[in-house]
Design a protein around this ligand. Structure first.
Ligand SMILES: *[C@@H]1O[C@H](CO)[C@@H](O)[C@H](O)[C@H]1NC(C)=O
Ligand SMILES: *[C@@H]1O[C@H](CO)[C@@H](O)[C@H](O)[C@H]1NC(C)=O
Ligand SMILES: *[C@@H]1O[C@H](CO)[C@@H](O)[C@H](O)[C@H]1NC(C)=O
Length: 417
């Protein structure tokens, strides 16, 4: 299991993009220790089983051959929240998909669910591997005929990034370099890169356009910005087709209820506002703390731009479709509409049917009032607009999954969590 920061003092991540304006009191965690150990053991066992069953050693497979009319996409981080939704969409659209994930943040349960939905040979392949391991990554590229890469794999908590910056530079910047080198070495010509609005830092003007200067203020945003720079520099000297998507605040889950967001329990405290709302509704944490009610916004709380994961993966497919050799496209992916924290909390209460306890506190220094995207460019160039802009609906969908998967993708054993 990954080391946790639970016993360390938690310096507050000031100015976080992922809703540190909202956090929650530390729940009593001790009684969960045993269940966590049990779950850890179970996951380890599952991983070993997967490794043994993994098709990656059965040579030569259809995955190693370019087939006319079939686009084979490498989805890094495909066991994670956004990656698994993207893999689902690609498979539904008849792409061939290889997922590389080492399950350090992703869930083997998401892979299983995908395999159950797409069991036909040649559709989906899962390779358990670490993107930090250049030799292994090279071997994967040598043994597989990828047409494109969607690079999702990363660590993604602003707060954690301020506590463990090296983890972020290593797993975001350095791993992206490894992927790019392998793509170059093996002639894979299309890259769709997951970036973030955190690369903009604290812009003075809203909404944020793609021309807004990038001045990230935390290691997460900086690591992503560095990865973008590496990609852009390389793209000027190569014929690669590159699409960089800068996500705003991602929420929601598969409308059919098969996939959801399931962070490791020990990472909950770094989590997003929706995770905190659901945890509060489930009684895992006592309630929500909203920091700052006197911003210059209509209701005094901070405003953010929430994008549904189904819309987000749609942007990826459109980007892949429109990617052109030698060209770079950079796009904000947001709704263009800001929602206040109060609105979000009310929607969450309504979606869960739980009267979540909310405590209001003074502003935290450094949090800024409003952040939202200008999605004009992506509409104009990729014909993409957010369709699922009803916050309540997105939260209802996500809540249905959360309620029926209290232990994430985990085994019933972990139900005691
Ligand atoms: C997974 O990958 C990360 C990123 O490179 C690596 O640092 C970590 O040790 C790996 N974890 C496991 C469980 O293999
Ligand atoms: C990230 O990188 C660090 C090395 O700085 C490593 O110890 C860690 O396991 C990596 N993986 C994840 C998921 O953080
Ligand atoms: C743009 O998307 C809409 C629906 O999302 C579709 O009806 C329309 O045909 C598309 N336009 C072009 C030019 O592809």
């Amino acid at each position: 299991m990954l080391p946790t920061n639970r016993n360390r003092p938690q310096p507050r991540a000031s100015r976080s993009w992922s809703f540190s304006e909202m956090d929650f009191s530390d729940p009593k965690r001790k009684p969960r220790l045993l269940s966590k150990i049990l779950m850890g053991t179970f996951l380890t066992a599952m991983c070993i089983v997967m490794l043994i069953q993994s098709p990656c050693h059965s040579s030569p497979s259809v995955f190693s051959i370019h087939e006319p009319g079939v686009t084979h996409v490498l989805v890094t981080g495909g066991a994670g929240y956004i990656g698994s939704h993207a893999a689902l969409r690609l498979l539904k659209d008849s792409y061939r998909v290889t997922i590389v994930d080492n399950l350090s943040r992703g869930n083997i349960g998401a892979i299983k669910a995908l395999q159950n939905l797409f069991p036909e040979p040649g559709r989906l392949q899962f390779i358990y591997a670490d993107l930090g391991d250049a030799k292994t990554v090279n071997r994967i590229f040598a043994e597989n005929a990828f047409d494109a890469v969607m690079h999702f794999a990363a660590v993604a908590y602003v707060g954690e990034s301020t506590l463990e910056p090296l983890r972020y530079y290593h797993n975001i910047t350095s791993n992206t370099l490894v992927v790019l080198e392998a793509m170059a070495a093996h002639g894979v010509k299309t890259l769709i890169y997951s970036s973030t609005c955190a690369t903009y830092g604290e812009p003075e003007k809203m909404p944020i356009t793609e021309e807004t200067p990038q001045v990230p203020i935390n290691p997460y945003g900086k690591a992503k910005k560095m990865a973008e720079d590496i990609i852009l520099d390389f793209s000027t000297r190569s014929n690669m087709a590159v699409m960089i998507l800068r996500y705003f605040n991602v929420i929601g889950s598969d409308p059919e209820g098969r996939f959801g967001e399931a962070p490791r329990p020990e990472l909950r405290e770094h989590g997003r506002i929706s995770g905190a709302c659901f945890d509060a509704a489930l009684g895992i944490i006592p309630g929500l703390k909203v920091k700052g009610t006197d911003y210059e916004t209509p209701d005094g709380t901070c405003i953010r731009d929430y994008i549904d994961v189904t819309d987000l993966v749609d942007a990826h497919v459109k980007a892949l479709d429109k990617a052109e050799p030698g060209k770079v496209g950079i796009y904000n992916v947001g709704t263009g509409k800001g929602r206040s924290v109060k609105e979000f909390v009310e929607a969450c209460k309504k979606a869960t049917g739980v009267d979540i306890k909310v405590d209001y506190f003074p502003r935290r220094p450094g949090d800024y009032a409003e952040v939202y995207s200008d999605p004009t460019k992506i509409k104009r160039e990729l014909n993409w607009t957010a369709q699922r802009t009803d916050l309540l609906e997105s939260l209802q969908t996500a809540w249905r999954w959360q309620k029926s998967h209290r232990s994430g993708y985990g085994p019933p054993l972990a139900m005691v969590l």
